[in-house]
Write a protein that binds this ligand. Structure first.
Ligand code: EPS
Length: 404
C-alpha cells in the first residue's frame, strides 16, 4: 500500500513529503523529480512568487545509488521566499509584533479556517491551504510516475480552456472515437502542451487565451479553466466494484477534487452522457484476435470501477483564483464591518499548473491501484506478477467460457 503525506506552509521554511510503500530497485533521481516540479511552476498568468522560487527536491532518504531501497522516501523543497517571512512565520515567539490578518477573501479557506481552528490570525489558514502545497504533491507523485514508466504507463495533460476560451478542435472527442487510442502514448500530449505558455494544444487558442488573461489582469480579476489528463498503457483490471471506495473512478474523482480550486471532475464523456441515448454512450465490445477492446472509449477507460485497458480520460474544472486585485466584499473580523477583501500576492491564472498537478494525482492513483493488484516488494517481483497476469488473461477467459 503506497502512501504519502505532505507538510509545510506556503511561506515557511519549505515543504516536505514522505512517500512510502514503493518496491525496492526502482530507479529514482532528483533530476526526474525536478523536471516535474519545473513543469508545475510554468504558465502564463502565474504571479511574482514563481519568479522567486526555483523548486527542487532534496532527497533525504529512501534512495541508495539511484534506486529505492523500500524504505520511506523523504523529500524536501525549500521555499526561497522564506527569508522574507522569518518573522511573520516564525516557529518560536508569540507573534505579538506581527500585524494580524483580519479580512477573509471570498472563495478562499480564510474564513472557514479561522472558524474551524479557532485562530486569531487568518495567516494560519492562508499558509497551509495555499496551493503551494502541490509542489510537495508533484514531488511525491513523481515516484509514482517513475514507477508507472516501468510498465509503459504514461500520464499526460493539457489545458482545454481558460476563461471559457476553447479550441475549435475537440481533442477529447476525437480521442474517445479513435480506434487506435490504446496505442497512444500520453507523453506526446506533454511534448506539445509543455511548449505552449498556457499548455494548450492549439496555437490559435493560445493567443486568444493570453488576451483573455491580459483582460483579467487589467480588471484586477482572475480566471479558471478546464484541463484534461490522460493515462495510456493502463492494464485492464485496476480498481474494483466490490467496495464503494475502491472504485477506480471514485478514487480518481477524489484525487482530482483534492487539488486546491478544483470544483468539478468528469471521467470519459462525463456529464454529456446524461443527455444522450444509451446506444450513443456505451462502448461496443470487440475481440481483435488477441484481446478484448472497445470500438470507442466514451467510458474514459473505466467500467464498473475497473480499468478496461483503454486510456483513462479525466477532465477537471478549476475555479478562478480567489485572490482578486479588485476585491469583492467581505467583513473585517476585528470590527464586523463590511470592507473590501484583502489583496495578497497571488496568481491570476494557474490552470496550466493545475493540469500538471492533475497528472501527478492520476499517476498516484494508478500506481496505488496497480500495486494493490500486483504487489511485490521488489520491482522485479512486481514485474513478474504483472507479466504473468497478462499471459494468463486470455487463457483464463478461454478456459472458462470458450466452446468450440
Ligand atoms: C503557489 C501557489 C499560490 C501562490 C503561492 C505559490 O498559492 P495560493 O493558493 O495561496 O494563491 O500564490 O505564492 C504565494 C502565496 C506568494 O507568496 O506569492 C505555488 O503554486 O507555489
Amino acid at each position: 500500500m503506497i502512501k504519502y503525506v505532505t507538510a509545510g506552509e506556503s511561506h515557511g521554511k519549505g515543504l516536505t513529503t514522505i512517500v512510502s510503500g514503493f518496491p525496492s530497485n526502482l530507479p529514482v533521481s532528483s533530476v526526474f523529480i525536478n523536471e516535474q516540479l519545473k513543469r508545475r511552476q510554468a504558465g502564463y498568468g502565474r504571479g511574482m512568487r514563481m519568479k522567486i522560487e526555483s523548486d527542487s527536491a532534496e532527497i533525504l532518504s529512501g534512495i541508495r545509488f539511484g534506486k529505492t531501497i523500500g524504505s520511506p522516501i523523504s523529500l524536501f523543497i525549500k521555499n526561497t521566499d522564506w527569508q522574507n517571512w522569518t518573522e511573520i512565520m516564525s516557529i518560536e515567539g508569540n507573534g505579538a509584533n506581527i500585524a494580524k490578518i483580519t479580512v477573509p477573501r471570498p472563495g478562499h479557506a480564510d474564513l472557514v479556517g479561522v472558524q474551524k481552528y479557532n485562530f486569531n490570525d487568518i495567516r494560519n489558514s492562508i499558509d497551509r491551504s495555499s496551493a503551494r502545497e502541490t509542489a510537495a504533491r508533484v514531488a511525491a507523485c513523481s515516484i509514482a510516475r517513475k514507477f508507472l514508466f516501468e510498465f509503459g504507463i504514461r500520464v499526460g495533460s493539457y489545458v482545454e480552456s481558460i476563461g471559457g476560451v476553447y479550441s475549435k478542435n475537440n481533442f477529447v472527442k476525437k480521442f474517445i472515437n479513435d480506434k487506435n487510442s490504446r496505442n497512444y502514448d500520453a507523453q506526446k500530449l506533454n511534448n506539445i502542451a509543455d511548449k505552449s505558455s498556457v499548455r494548450v494544444l492549439d496555437e490559435a487558442q493560445e493567443q486568444k487565451i493570453i488576451n483573455k488573461i491580459k483582460t483579467a489582469k487589467k480588471r484586477g480579476d482572475t480566471l479558471g479553466g478546464t484541463f484534461v489528463v490522460i493515462a495510456t498503457g493502463v492494464p485492464v483490471g485496476l480498481g474494483t466494484y466490490m467496495n464503494n471506495d475502491d472504485r477506480m473512478d471514485a478514487e480518481i474523482a477524489h484525487a482530482m477534487l483534492s487539488i486546491q480550486a478544483v470544483k468539478g471532475v468528469e471521467v470519459g464523456l462525463g456529464f454529456e452522457q446524461a443527455e444522450m441515448f444509451g446506444s450513443e454512450v456505451h462502448d461496443e465490445i470487440i475481440f481483435d484476435g488477441k484481446e478484448f477492446t472497445r470500438k470507442t472509449n466514451r467510458a474514459g477507460g473505466v467500467e464498473g470501477g475497473i480499468t478496461t485497458g483503454l486510456p483513462i480520460i479525466v477532465r477537471g474544472a478549476m475555479k478562478p483564483i480567489s485572490t482578486l486585485m479588485s476585491p469583492l466584499d467581505s467583513v473585517d473580523l476585528s470590527s464586523l464591518k463590511k470592507v473590501e477583501a484583502r489583496r495578497e500576492r497571488s496568481d491570476f491564472v494557474a490552470v496550466p499548473a493545475c493540469a500538471v498537478i492533475g497528472e501527478s494525482m492520476l499517476a498516484w492513483v494508478i500506481a496505488k491501484k496497480f500495486l494493490e493488484k500486483f504487489g511485490g516488494d521488489s520491482l522485479e517481483e512486481t514485474k513478474d506478477n504483472y507479466n504473468n497476469y497478462h499471459k494468463q488473461l486470455l487463457k483464463r477467459i478461454k478456459k472458462n467460457f470458450f466452446r468450440k
